[in-house]
Design a protein around this ligand. Structure first.
Ligand SMILES: [Zn+2]
Length: 106
């Protein structure tokens, strides 16, 4: 599987996760109003956690979409900060990474 195929697959999987989470969040809200067993703090904590997960998924999705755009523009594989080639090992691990290891550290 090449990088583009991997990115497309990751993008689809993330989009699905995001929409499933959206559905189950609204289901949880309904449950709570009916049963009322969870304390307010518990439900607020759960809400904050799922919002954080959701936020990270959206960030990852944005990174994937940006990487796909770089493929279209023939800029994929080059660090967006210094312009050097990104290490192949790094891209194999996660093709959506926009920086070489040096710039990512700095
Ligand atoms: Zn760099």
């Amino acid at each position: 599987m090449n990088y583009k195929q991997r990115l497309l697959k990751d993008r689809d999987a993330l989009q699905e996760l995001i929409s499933i989470a959206k559905e189950s969040n609204s289901a949880v809200e309904l449950d709570q109003s009916k049963v009322g067993r969870l304390s307010r703090m518990d439900s607020l904590q759960k809400q904050a956690m799922s919002q954080e997960v959701d936020r990270r998924r959206h960030m990852e999705l944005a990174r994937i979409i940006a990487a796909l755009r770089r493929i279209e523009q023939d800029e994929f594989g080059y660090c967006i900060t210094c312009g050097e080639e990104i290490e192949g090992e790094r891209l194999k691990l996660n093709p959506s990474l926009p920086q070489c290891s040096k710039c990512a550290k700095g």
